[in-house]
Design a protein around this ligand. Sequence first.
Ligand code: PLP
Length: 470
Amino acid sequence: MKSARDLAIVDGRRMSHEIIYPRDGGVQSFWIAPDGTLPPMLARARGVEVFDASGRRYLDVTAGPAAVNLGHGNERVLAAMREQAVRATFAYPSSFVSEANLRLGAALRDLAGPPFEHAFFVSSGSEAVEKCLQFARRHALATGQPQRHQVISRNPCYHGSTVATMALSADPVYAAYLGSHAGVTHVNAPWSYRVPDGISPEMHADECAEALRAAIVGLGPDSVLAFIIEPVMGFCGGATFAPPGYYRRIREICDEFGVLLIFDETISGSGRTGRFLAAANWPDGRPDLVVLAKGLGSGYYPLAAFLAPAPMVELVARNGGFHLGHTYKANPLGCAVADAVLDELVAGRLMDRATQRGQYLRDRMRHACRNNVLVGDVRGMGLLNAVEIVADRETRAMLPRKLDVLGRVKSLALSRGLLIYGRRTHGGRFGDWIMLTPPLIVSEAELDEMVDGLAATLADYERELAASRG
Ligand code: PLP
């Protein structure tokens, strides 16, 4: 147990000597890392750098959990935050309309483009996914289809950590948290790196799309409400996306049966793939509803939204409305912050930058790890990327599941001053990867530093595994 005495000076201010870290109230007291270590004490952060209380510098390779798209300490956002905070930090939407809410709604309409005229704001990705599904259900009622209630999601997937959003995932880990799968059917997500023997990624993706059709038919088409996917998989699938034909085909299938297609762009949205919505990469995919989170508030304020077309919103509004909410729904401070985030995204041409820097990152990473037998694949789109770690790059065989690959690489990276966030999917059943999702403001020099550090980290791990095999 570390005492605050070890960390006494933060930004020139003395911390209380009484605080025992983390026993006295920190959220870290709710879990114990397998190796018993504790995260460092945060002091301050700027750009892609984070400093701990001892003055040690870390590079934020994953922008936290792919959230801090603008990097830390952006002046435009801090100024907007202060200006709105001085005016009013809170007003509930049923009591007041807020200018910040209207401005953000208009900015999102412009950036997302047709048909997404309206946005419903909440605080987290999990809430936004739930609200989106509830809205879909209200829409089914408004169109006289009360029998539509079943949701189809993919395996693997991750859509949040509330009881309902956990239930969307087939990951057995969530069963321990009431993540009951009742009412949710899963179809396989297509992979690009490790596809079944003897078929191309395109054929594999076609099979996955046809599995959706079979699932809808099996459930009874009139009972199916929605199909939800992450168009580019985040932590659950290591930046995997499908060939274009997949998005076209799932759209056709949803149209055939009147099923709503939802894109959860919690990670892939807000510019990270180089387009404001990843959906724009597949014009034939056309989701009906889209979820945004993480990069929308960029770590400055917890803000998330679902986007919907005007005809759907107007129909629901005329038929009982959709005003379920959370206390911080469309909070003016959050909306002002996100509006400034979007201003910065456009003014800094950060989406073009994500495309260019993403290519640079993948090229550099492939080159730096070309001799490391553990590096099977480097893939991604824009600044949503992953490195797949394998036992054998020729056969693409996975490392044994009993190895905590992600946990070990994270801690080796931390010792080199690199912050990597990751979540292991199904205990490694689909493979192991680390995400490379830096802030969109990252410079080439900072990417070089990240790549060199990661290549050295993966070389450490390669040596460690070779030594353990004797
Ligand atoms: N959807 C996706 C695709 C996510 O990756 C996440 C979080 O990682 C969520 C939803 C949940 O977002 P939040 O953690 O803000 O509730």
